[in-house]
Write a protein that binds this ligand. Structure first.
Ligand code: PLP
Length: 401
């Protein structure tokens, strides 16, 4: 644990539960790992903002020198508010109204387009006056769960390869300034060879598009969720990129830059969801430990069958017993099914680990329960970076007749 148990206990005591706590130091350490592993190649990193968009977190990430990848025009605007300049912002659009792309152009950010339809509108509106990236569908199956695989042969993401002829015609006839070719094949990719495969696919295409100088390999770097899991070997990815780039440069006399869009890699392990045990319910099969949170705050276990380590902050050295840790929502919302944990008593505080990415960000107010507060730990200090919602927050957008 990069944050001590005492720090988490203190955060819960100060700010109450349920509570998201993020450790800025962990984000910095992950970023340094990235830059170090890729130091021998020309690479840029764009944090995939959709993992966690709190302004304090974005500012911290910007302060490290990292760029940012956005999946909606509002994320672009949040990035600008957090101090990212347009030359550090990438808008990876998917099924968006063309007006959003026009807005992104007016903000001056990098844009990646993932359909012929929008690329055609882009070509007719801007011709070669604005650089553009193209997202392709490489038909590679990758990632930790089918819901987070995004580059396979039936995925909605990217321009399908059978449209390559049409794509080339469009690019040639409008002389489009295609700077970037992009793929993002999935999340939780543990196998470096997936990136090599993606790279080979992009290099093939880069030969056909002479204006391309950037290959964007997307995100998806695996971080461990279970103890026995391993982080992806970044040095191996870097080595493969290096070899492939050098061969390409030799053959074509043009140098390339690699872009990556890590989300989970930067923030997953920085985050903890703290919850208080409200009810213990022994049954003939297992003891349920009900907490003051649920799938409304962390949907990953129910949505992706994701595993999150859990620790009992209040009784760390208690005898191990088996529990089904579950939420308080009118819906089956387990955090853990049959987990050995130090004896749990009502009132104990549990920490759900690896909750920084796609945790708060996917939270909702389902069951009219409010979303948690968020705290950032920075150099030993604990900062409240979002107050807990209230009933009034749930009503504020409603128009009461
Ligand atoms: C979600 C997403 C990412 C980040 O994926 P992680 O698994 O969190 O690293 C990167 N690029 C694009 C285009 C995405 O949609």
């Amino acid at each position: 644990m990069s944050v001590s148990r005492e720090q988490l206990v203190r955060a819960a005591a100060t700010f109450g539960t349920p509570l998201y706590v993020y450790d800025a130091g962990s984000i910095t350490a992950q970023y340094q790992k990235l830059t170090k592993a890729f130091s021998s190649i020309n690479a840029r990193f764009f944090y995939a903002a959709k993992a966690l968009t709190n302004q304090a977190v974005l500012k911290h990430i910007g302060s490290m020198g990292c760029s940012i990848d956005c999946s909606s025009i509002n994320e672009v605007k949040l990035a600008i508010r957090a101090g990212f300049t347009p030359d550090k912002i990438l808008y990876t659009s998917n099924s968006v109204a063309f007006a959003e792309i026009q807005e992104a152009v007016s903000l001056g950010v990098f844009i990646t387009i993932d359909s012929l339809s929008n690329l055609d509108k882009f070509a007719r509106t801007y011709g070669n006056q604005y650089p553009v990236g193209i997202r392709l569908r490489p038909n590679i199956m990758a990632g930790g769960h089918v819901k987070i695989s995004t580059g396979h042969a039936t995925s909605k993401f990217g321009i399908p390869m059978e449209q390559l002829d049409q794509l080339e015609k469009l690019v040639v006839s409008y002389q489009l300034s295609v700077t970037t070719l992009h793929i993002h094949t999935g999340s939780e990719i543990s196998d470096a060879s997936v990136f090599a495969q993606g790279l080979a696919f992009l290099l093939d295409l880069a030969e056909r598009f002479s204006t391309v100088s950037i290959l964007d390999l997307g995100g998806g770097f695996k971080v461990p969720y279970r103890e026995e899991e391993k982080e992806i070997d970044l040095k191996e990815v870097a080595q493969q990129v290096k070899i492939a780039f050098e061969a390409f440069e030799k053959k074509h006399g043009r140098s390339l830059q690699a872009w990556f869009e890590p989300g989970k890699f930067l923030v997953a392990q920085s985050g903890y969801l703290l919850a208080t045990v409200t009810v213990l319910k022994p049954s003939d099969t297992i003891c349920f430990a009900g907490v003051d949170s649920g799938l409304n705050h962390l949907i990953r276990p129910m949505f992706y069958e994701a595993y999150h380590p859990i620790s009992n902050l209040s009784n760390p050295s208690g005898n191990l017993q088996r529990y089904q840790v579950t939420g308080n929502i009118c819906e089956t919302d387990d955090f853990a099914l049959d987990r050995a944990l130090p004896e749990i008593r009502e009132g104990d505080i549990l920490a759900i680990h690896q909750a920084g990415a796609y945790g708060f960000e996917m939270a909702s107010s389902y069951n009219a329960r409010v979303r948690p507060a968020e705290v950032l730990i920075q150099e030993g200090e604990q900062y409240l970076i979002r107050r807990r919602e209230t009933l009034e927050d749930l009503l504020i957008q409603q128009i009461i007749l």
